[in-house]
Design a protein around this ligand. Structure first.
Ligand SMILES: C[S@@+](CC[C@H](N)C(=O)[O-])C[C@H]1O[C@@H](n2cnc3c(N)ncnc32)[C@H](O)[C@@H]1O
Length: 213
């Protein structure tokens, strides 16, 4: 990822990089991340999934490929344009503009909700997790993947991250507080890697939280 000096916000940052996100993303983490997330959720053909903070559709693509309907939500107009370009016109796909903390999805309508590498960007992780809970049907599953707490300051200054990763146990506790009945966290067995403008190389483990409403 290039150092974007003077960028004022994460929102503007993602609008700027939307056209190259697929290429950038491949340098940060492997395709296996989405396959493992789908497996953890136990997705089934015909189910209705939500991809929150969908970006250019890393997860959306895998879920459509497994025969699910997908509602993809993002706040970046440029990311939404990329989603439309890639998946628009497919009956199983719907892209929506919205915020993680007030999702444009009706209560109790989703079988499985996903968010990959989004939590560390949002203002209130707890509010996002409460929305994860609200949109799920009873018995619905949520799988969140993000990176563990780290000490790399350039993630915040150069990539516009809001949070320096998380302790998985804290995120698990937020899921329980949101009302989820069954919650587990663990290492995904994947890493996120990045390099600063000064050549500092970071490798940070990715964790998952899986929960059922
Ligand atoms: C690091 S990207 C991850 C994209 C995708 N999930 C992936 O794995 O490639 C984070 C995405 O979350 C979106 N995002 C960040 N904060 C958001 C918020 N508060 N509401 C909605 N989308 C948000 C950004 O626009 C961006 O597309």
């Amino acid at each position: 990822m290039t150092f974007m000096k003077g960028m004022e916000s994460s929102a503007r940052y993602f609008d700027e990089v939307a056209g190259e996100w697929d290429t950038l993303r491949k340098g940060y983490f492997r395709d296996e991340v989405r396959e493992k997330a789908a497996e953890l959720a136990g997705v089934r053909q015909g189910e209705r999934a939500a991809d929150i903070g969908a970006g250019t559709g890393f997860l959306t693509e895998a879920l459509l490929g497994r025969g699910l309907e997908v509602v993809a939500v993002d706040r970046s107009p440029a990311m939404l344009a990329e989603l439309e370009r890639k998946f628009g016109g497919r009956p199983a796909f719907r892209g929506l503009s919205g915020e993680t903390e007030a999702l444009p999805i009706e209560t109790g309508t989703i079988d499985c909700s996903f968010a990959n590498m989004v939590l560390h960007h949002v203002e209130s992780p707890e509010a996002m997790i409460r929305e994860f809970f609200r949109i799920l049907k009873p018995g619905g599953r949520a799988v969140l993947t993000d990176f563990e707490r780290h000490g790399f300051a350039f993630f915040l200054t150069e990539y516009h991250d809001r949070w320096p990763g998380f302790h998985p146990g804290d995120v698990e506790a937020w899921f329980r507080a949101a009302g989820f009945a069954s919650v587990e966290e663990g290492p995904l067995g994947e890493i996120c890697q990045a390099e600063s403008s000064e050549g500092v190389r970071a490798m940070v483990p990715i964790f998952f939280v899986r929960a059922e409403r």
